[in-house]
Design a protein around this ligand. Structure first.
Ligand code: ADP
Ligand code: MG
Length: 729
């Protein structure tokens, strides 16, 4: 009966690894082949143009139009030499994917033919209009047009036959409609603020760069199986499916041997990534069956984020060549681990110092403690906002479940750093003054490097962990644009560092010596932000209670979590750092609520369809087989035997009837709940209604469908089961 399921299982099961064409050259030859990097700029641009462009990139200055024309000409020649026929402004609207609108280079030549042309004007700015992207009302209120403008700090690249130019996307009146614009603003802001503080320790510092190294987790599913699951196709996750008898209990997948089909895919993906200048480095199996990870070498934050966005696109394409589909959803399968995107984040000076790394001298260590403590203070102050920055309809399924960080932000420091913080916190002012003497610091703070902070006691249950020379923000979702988290983190730290500097400067002006002034302010911050520090088990129920007592944000409803963007402290922070105006903030939240509603709405529709049109009909057919059997049993046997032989079937008929009744009633109630919610005007209220009144029905429907899956003849079950989705590769 379920011929389709058996056919696709068969197809998937018999698939072999696809051959991968290995380049003849070594990576240093093909790495960045499709990127207009400095080497290509040097080769294709006149010397003056090259110098002017590099100057503009390095000093974050605008590019004069004459230079832009000359850059465009050189870029076009390079692109054409590499097979491109089109160009596009490539941008990151608030949909969590990238957008492009392609134009051919061709222009009329005035003689009935065409020439291939590209000018500075087309390179620097475009009006893709793109009026269907979510904008939270900004463009209704202000101006209908949206503009994209070249981000010269991220190099152009070729995808397929198209030259892609990374751009920001803004409204006519300058409001950002994307992730990149506020990210660039936040990076500028943290550069300024961190440079100010870093100069206490090294007056040669003129810039601080924010670094990001993301670890991308994902699932692979065979395309035939994927195509037979409407829920995977339309929502990216399974809305039904009983757990497989074998899951990840044996932990035999984690770091296990990579299956050959998958390895071919990974190799192909890495080759492609390297040609696009994405420094892919690490690959391994993850915890759940069919779950994997790719991590690059870390890069400057904006570039790293572009690379992550690009990689997600490339992954999907390469997967198709290998008859896989990539699942970037945070929780494609219930009952096993979901996928995250750990954001490893650090700050580094242009003098080559990683600011969160302990050093060899007491001065290094005071610098280390200064920066780490300021991050803790910023994360403490804005813990609700940081949570909001990573929250989404999809990530909500992963956070708080018993395998991912809880929906509470806290910082893990490890015992060695914790001891140092305790020591400073519990010192009197006189003792701090003492610490300032050479021996004091040598004895206490300087023991950090010998202890080697890296990798020692990692706590996998923490959403925000200190890991030796960086922080690892683990709550970010696998499908997210890292920009959302990086905007908040960099801006919050910028605000905090600027405030710290004001206070330290005031002490210096009052005649205190530098080390003492720093230590006094550090101690104040440690005391003030103590609540954010938690090294225990983040998955435990006790922690939830403890976190609430500490005043950390424990909200679990996604639409309400987004309220953190509307808090006065948020508006003030984004204003001080010039990252987002109140208008932009309000507009962005409208989009967040709207996206939440739409995602739940789509899932609810798909689940309703699966329940009524796939599952119930099969349950009915199975029920009538049982009924037939009962009738036959009774026609052959009588008396006690008839009762005995038909008892189980009768019980099952009743059970089936009960499950079907609940499913049908719940689907009807879910549809009603949607109808009511859809009438609500406010995006926030509508999202709350979806969360509070639609989602609970979905959970119940799934529960009963999964029960039916256990009862009904395997041959009849219409959709590929978990054991097929997860173990065939
Ligand atoms: P894990 O054990 O957490 O998987 P890895 O050593 O694989 O850690 O590194 C994870 C990511 O962290 C990589 O992308 C790596 O480049 C990045 N990373 C390492 N050091 C830094 C740093 N100082 N700043 C930002 N990212 C970093
Ligand atoms: Mg990691």
């Amino acid at each position: 009966m379920s011929q389709l399921r058996f056919k696709v299982v068969d197809e998937a099961f018999n698939r072999k690894a696809e051959p991968v064409e290995m380049p003849k050259e070594r990576p240093e030859v093909y790495y960045g082949k499709y990127v207009f990097n400095r080497q290509k700029m040097f080769e294709y641009l006149p010397a003056d143009t090259y110098k002017a462009l590099i100057n503009a990139i390095d000093n974050k200055e605008p590019l004069p139009m004459e230079v832009a024309d000359s850059v465009a000409e050189g870029m076009k020649r390079w692109a054409i030499d590499n097979g491109a026929r089109h160009y596009t402004h490539w941008f990151q609207p608030l949909t969590e994917s990238t957008a492009e609108k392609h134009d051919a280079f061709v222009e009329h030549d005035g003689k009935g033919g065409v020439v291939e042309k590209f000018t500075g004007k087309l390179l620097v700015q475009q009006e893709p209009d793109a009026s269907s992207f979510p904008n939270g009302g900004i463009r209704n209120t202000f101006e209908a047009r949206g503009y994209s403008a070249w981000d010269i700090s991220s190099p152009a690249f070729i995808m397929g036959n198209t030259l892609c130019i990374p751009t920001i996307f803004i409204s006519y009146t300058g409001e950002s409609l994307d992730y990149k614009t506020p990210l660039l603003r936040a990076l500028n802001s943290v550069d300024k603020a961190a440079t100010g503080v870093a100069r206490y320790f090294d007056d040669k510092v003129t810039h601080v760069t924010s670094y990001l190294g993301w670890e991308q987790e994902y699932f692979l599913v065979d395309e035939a199986l994927y195509n037979a699951r409407p829920d995977l196709m339309l929502t990216g996750r399974t809305l039904m499916g009983h757990e497989s008898a074998k899951n990840q209990q044996l932990e035999d997948h984690y770091f296990g041997a990579i299956p050959s089909r998958v390895e071919a895919f990974m190799l192909d993906l890495e080759l492609e990534a390297h040609r696009l200048g994405i420094p892919a480095k690490t690959r391994h199996n993850e915890v759940a069956p069919n779950q994997f990870e790719l991590a690059p070498i870390y890069e400057e934050c904006n570039l790293a984020n572009d690379h992550n966005q690009l990689l997600m696109t490339v992954m999907a394409e390469v997967a198709r060549r290998h008859h896989f589909r990539v699942l970037l959803h945070e929780k494609p399968f219930a009952g096993i681990n979901g996928s995250g995107k750990h954001n490893n984040w650090s700050l580094g000076t242009d003098t080559g110092t990683l600011l969160f790394a302990p050093g060899k001298t007491d001065k290094d260590n005071l610098r280390f403690v200064t920066f780490v403590v300021n991050v803790m203070a910023a994360v403490h102050k804005h813990n609700a906002l940081l949570k909001a920055s990573i929250m989404s309809a999809t990530n909500a399924h992963r956070l708080g479940a018993n395998e991912a960080p809880p929906a509470i932000i806290s910082i893990f420091t490890g015992s060695q750093l914790a001891e140092i913080l305790d020591m400073i916190e519990n010192s009197t002012s006189a003792e701090l003054a003492n610490l300032d003497s050479r021996e004091g610091l040598d004895l206490k703070v300087a023991q950090i490097p010998q202890l080697k902070l890296d990798n020692t006691d990692r706590n996998r249950t923490s959403p925000f962990a200190f890991t030796g020379n960086r922080f690892e923000f683990r709550a970010v979702g696998s499908s997210a644009n890292c920009g959302a988290a990086m905007i908040v983190l960099n801006a919050a730290v910028a605000e905090q560092l600027a405030d710290f500097k004001t206070k330290v400067d005031a002490r210096l002006e009052a005649g205190e010596n530098l080390n003492h002034a720093l230590l006094e302010e550090i101690r104040a911050l440690i005391k003030q932000s103590k609540a954010i520090h938690f090294d225990g088990n983040g998955y435990s129920d006790e922690w939830k209670e403890e976190a609430a007592r500490r005043g950390l944000d424990c909200e679990t409803s996604v639409p309400l979590i987004f309220d953190a963007y509307m808090k006065p402290s948020t508006a003030e922070m984004f204003k001080k750092t010039n990252v987002l105006s109140e208008v932009e903030l309000a507009a962005r939240n409208e989009v967040k609520w709207e996206m939440y509603t739409k995602k739940v709405q789509i899932e609810a529709r798909v689940l309703g369809d699966l329940a009524i049109n796939h599952v119930i009909p099969v349950a009915l057919r199975y029920q009538s087989i049982l009924l037939d059997n009962i009738v036959r049993v009774k026609s052959i046997f009588d008396g006690e035997k008839a009762t005995e032989f038909s008892a189980d079937d009768i019980a099952n008929v009743e059970k089936l009837a009960k499950h079907m009744k609940v499913i049908k009633d719940e689907v009807a109630a879910m549809v009603d709940a949607r109808r009511v919610a859809n009438k609500i005007d406010s995006e926030r209220e509508k999202a709350i209604a979806y969360h509070d009144t639609v989602v609970p029905h979905m959970d119940i429907i799934r529960y009963h469908i999964d029960k039916l899956e256990l009862m009904i003849d395997n041959e009849m079950w219409p959709l590929p089961k978990y054991r097929e989705l997860l173990f065939i590769r």
